[in-house]
Design a protein around this ligand. Structure first.
Ligand code: FAD
Length: 497
């Protein structure tokens, strides 16, 4: 079977000509082509995989994105959309025979519509900029990945990103109302809008979390919400991380849904304390951060319930933030947990799995057993309320065989997640890294059905190829025809259906 690469014979001058045509669309400053500069785009935050693309293009408008994609479509050139490159699953990893389409320069906030509680943005706007744009009106944008200072809304949409406050308010898909998308043949479509529940198929729902495989998002309409009247944040320390885990389901079982519940184990507490001095007790086996928000009367009624549950699970200390400054410090610690781990180990592998939160205590125990079996430390920091684990597997890349051992251990941890009724990813996506684990959850029929959906949008398989699916599957490789060339469509019958 032919691959896309083999379907076209490129002339020796092809790359130069293609580059010239990109200059024609984007101007000289809109195309990166020197080897040195291309290196900055050869990976995302999963730095273990690196590939240098042919070009990186920096469009400023949807029209430019469309013209570049149409050119790629006509020439069978694969491409990879890119936001800020903070993805942790290799989703923005380039392909060596294609280009990267960076949305970094499409970073305008197009409209702030307070009466309708909506904001319309370009995809390169950073997550935190949305909250900053509406904060003075008493509003904020709820999904808050820890990378929110730099990660983009386009990346958040593609990954359906979560964050520390997604337990109560939901993840990205619950806050996206409309999208403008450039399809792989260059066509620009709109789906959804400022009002919810549009008729017809939920194309917007399909796009959110599609990891850049179905098209490029060029405009996003977001829901913003009113800041709560009261916010109270506490942390409780425990000897055993299992007790912190059991407290999480204990709190929700009492009918309290906090805005966020986050757990950190001792390894993470120590590295965070060294890095940001958040005031966490370094001797504790683990801490659980709990944030309650809402009307003051409700928060005041819930706080004693939470404290009772925590004490019932052997909390050693419960510390409630005295003011907004201390609250920010508690969160600063949590949000810096991944980078802080660099102080303990120069190499670590961030995993992302989900489990039912009632299984937290049991699964954390199993992760401890696996860590001992492999002789590798595993730090645990995670969105406990959502059962979204982030085991950080520490290794030394200079020791022969250790990176492979770390990968194997991380895979076994994902197996434990799936066996407990969970999933191989909670918010970081499948990308390049976890496609090998997809078959833990889906059989061939499931994967073929997903692939049919992909082919309906991108029958050539040019849009972020090699990601998500265990093997590169394209319609071309499977001998399928594009919809327009389908016999039913050609006969005219297609129009009737
Ligand atoms: C320190 C750290 C903390 C993190 N914390 C969290 C967290 O709490 N929660 C969480 O969910 N994630 C977290 N992440 C992961 C990452 O930040 C998110 O996945 C984020 O949404 C990626 O955004 P980005 O702009 O960097 O996208 P990129 O990494 O550039 O791209 C991610 C994916 O989106 C695709 N893409 C990008 N833009 C578009 C577009 N406009 N149209 C179509 N596809 C597009 C890319 O092709 C790629 O597949 C963290 C990462 C780091 C490094």
């Amino acid at each position: 079977m032919q691959s896309i690469k083999e379907t076209k014979h490129r002339s020796p001058d092809w790359k130069r000509d293609f580059g010239e045509r990109l200059f024609g669309i984007l101007g000289r400053d809109g195309v990166i082509h020197s080897d040195d500069e291309l290196l900055a785009y050869d990976c995302d935050a999963l730095t273990g995989y690196r590939i240098k693309p042919l070009f990186v293009v920096l469009p400023r408008t949807s029209g430019e994105v469309s013209r570049v994609m149409k050119m790629c479509y006509d020439e069978d050139v694969p491409y990879v959309p890119r936001g800020a490159g903070t993805g942790l699953s290799g989703g923005a990893l380039p392909t060596d025979e294609g280009i990267v389409i960076s949305l970094a320069r499409m970073n305008r906030i197009i409209e702030v519509d307070i009466p309708n509680e909506r904001v319309v943005v370009e995809p390169g706007v950073t997550n935190l900029s949305v909250t900053n744009a509406v904060s003075s009106y008493g509003y904020y944008y709820a999904p808050d990945p820890s990378s929110q200072i730099v990660c983009t809304i386009g990346g958040n949409v593609a990954e359906n990103s979560g964050g520390v406050h997604c337990l109560k308010y939901g993840v990205t898909t619950n806050h996206v109302l409309g999208l403008e998308v450039v399809l792989p043949d260059g066509e620009i479509i709109e789906t959804g809008g400022k009002t919810p529940d549009h008729p017809g198929y939920d194309i917007m729902g399909l796009m959110v979390g599609s990891e850049g495989l179905l098209g490029i998002v060029t405009r996003v309409t977001l829901r913003i919400i009113k800041k709560p009247e009261t916010v109270k944040t506490l942390f409780a320390s425990f000897d055993r991380i299992e007790d912190a885990g059991a407290s999480v389901s204990g709190i929700t079982a009492r009918g309290v849904i906090p805005a966020g519940m986050e757990i950190m184990d001792n390894l993470c507490i120590r590295s965070v304390e060294e890095a940001v001095h958040a005031g966490y007790p370094v001797e504790a086996g683990s801490i659980l951060l709990v944030e309650l928000d809402g009307p003051s009367a409700e928060v005041d009624a819930q706080m004693p319930v939470v404290e009772e549950v925590l004490r019932g699970h052997s909390a050693l200390e419960i510390r409630i933030a005295r003011d907004a400054k201390e609250r920010d410090l508690f969160w600063k610690g949590r949000k810096n947990a991944f980078p802080a781990m660099g102080r303990v180990s120069s190499d670590y592998y961030v995993q992302d799995g989900v489990i039912p939160r009632s299984k937290l205590a049991q699964v954390l125990g199993k992760i401890g057993e696996l860590s001992r079996e492999y002789g590798l430390s595993v730090g645990n920091v995670f969105h406990a309320g959502d059962g979204n684990l982030h085991p950080l597997v520490l290794y030394n890349s200079k020791i022969e065989g250790e990176p492979e051992k770390a990968l194997e251990l991380a895979g076994r941890i994902l197996g434990v997640c799936v066996d407990s009724g969970g999933s191989i990813t909670g918010e970081h996506g499948v990308g390049n890294d976890k496609k090998r684990f997809l078959s833990l959850m889906f059989d061939d029929n499931d994967l073929e059905t997903m692939n049919l959906m992909r082919c309906a949008f991108d029958w050539k398989g040019l849009c972020n190829p090699g990601k998500v699916f265990p093997t590169p599957r394209t319609c071309v490789e499977q001998g399928m025809k594009p919809y327009a060339e389908h016999p039913l469509q050609k006969s005219g019958l297609g129009e009737m259906y």
